[in-house]
Design a protein around this ligand. Structure first.
Ligand code: THG
Length: 288
């Protein structure tokens, strides 16, 4: 059993430690134009009111890192990610997760980011590793590694483990320490493959046992195409935290999900005396 590693990310004024013994770190997913027409239109017009509103709302709801994705079709992503990051940094002090697969956008983003960012993401493809990892090293950032490579997403947990190992090894060769690599075992949809979630949970357990690294995932992917998504997401979230998930990319504005994270932390011994559970209860039941 590998030791539990700590990943530290920061903004200009705040530091967040991610570790399996600490409360789960929620990475707010909402600053992402995928599937959000209004946000996409705003970003295309170089306007950032929705992004700034979403930043504040997610932090208020308990996110301690915010994912920022500025990928719009035919957009100038390097410019747009810089503008979006600046707009978000102007309204909140939490560390940010830079969500892009484009090396030019990543370089531009890291150029202006103040602090130690979390880069989302690299994968096991040669192109991704060669283009993105040197930027991560140059800026002293942390990085998410997706368990997929040139052959796609493996359907066996052992094969996803091997991709994680390859990413960790390539990072180490460049001088990026293993604790700065966060692995995403990848979540597919149970409505497409009924074993998809179990596969992710098994992969998570294997990676944690072998490497002790922190684990992220876009946990709401599990329920695409189904009704009552948030109940499914909440159940899966609790199970994934048990398996070793430490920093989900998710929607903290969904009360079912936010409660599932707090409840899982309480049950897993990550909330001494239930302080966080009680505090969240009081703030929900505060007289207006
Ligand atoms: N792993 C990593 N990064 C990721 C993902 C992952 N980044 C992107 C994504 N997956 C996680 N982020 C989102 C953002 C939005 C939604 C889902 C995942 C989403 N949006 C609504 C929709 O498409 O129906 C629309 C938003 C709304 O208006 O409510 O679901 O897996 N490393």
């Amino acid at each position: 059993m590998a030791e539990n590693l700590t990943t530290t990310v920061s903004s200009k004024s705040q530091t967040v430690d991610i570790n399996r013994a600490l409360p789960t770190v929620v990475i707010g997913e909402r600053i992402n134009p995928t599937g959000r027409k209004k946000l996409q239109a705003e970003l295309e017009a170089h306007q950032f009111n929705i992004a700034q509103h979403d930043a504040n709302a997610q932090v208020l709801a308990g996110a301690t890192i915010l994912d920022v994705n500025a990928g719009v079709p035919d957009g100038d992503e390097p410019t747009l990610i810089q503008e979006t990051l600046r707009a978000v940094m102007a309204v909140t002090d939490v560390p940010l997760c830079i969500d892009t697969a484009d090396p030019d956008a990543l370089a531009a983003a890291l150029e202006i980011y103040e602090g130690k960012a979390l880069v989302n993401s690299v994968n096991g493809e040669t192109h991704s590793l060669e283009k993105m990892l040197p930027l991560v090293k140059e800026h002293g950032a942390a990085v998410i590694g997706l368990c997929m490579d040139d052959d796609g997403i493996p359907s066996l947990p052992e094969k996803r483990l091997a991709v994680a190992g390859k990413i960790i090894e390539r990072a180490a060769k460049l001088g990026i320490p293993i604790e700065d690599v966060v692995i995403d075992p990848l979540v597919l949809t149970v409505s497409v493959d009924s074993n998809a979630a179990v596969l992710t949970l098994k992969t998570t357990e294997l990676i944690v046992k072998e490497f002790g690294v922190n684990i992220t995932m876009g946990a709401s992917n599990v329920s695409f195409g189904l009704p009552d998504r948030s109940a499914i997401n909440a159940a899966f979230m609790a199970m994934a935290i048990q398996a070793g998930l430490t920093c989900p990319i998710t929607n903290p504005l969904d009360p079912d999900l936010a409660l599932a994270v707090l409840a899982a932390d309480l049950v897993m011994g990550k909330d001494e005396w239930g302080d966080r559970w009680i505090t969240a209860y009081r703030s929900r039941n505060k007289p207006a």
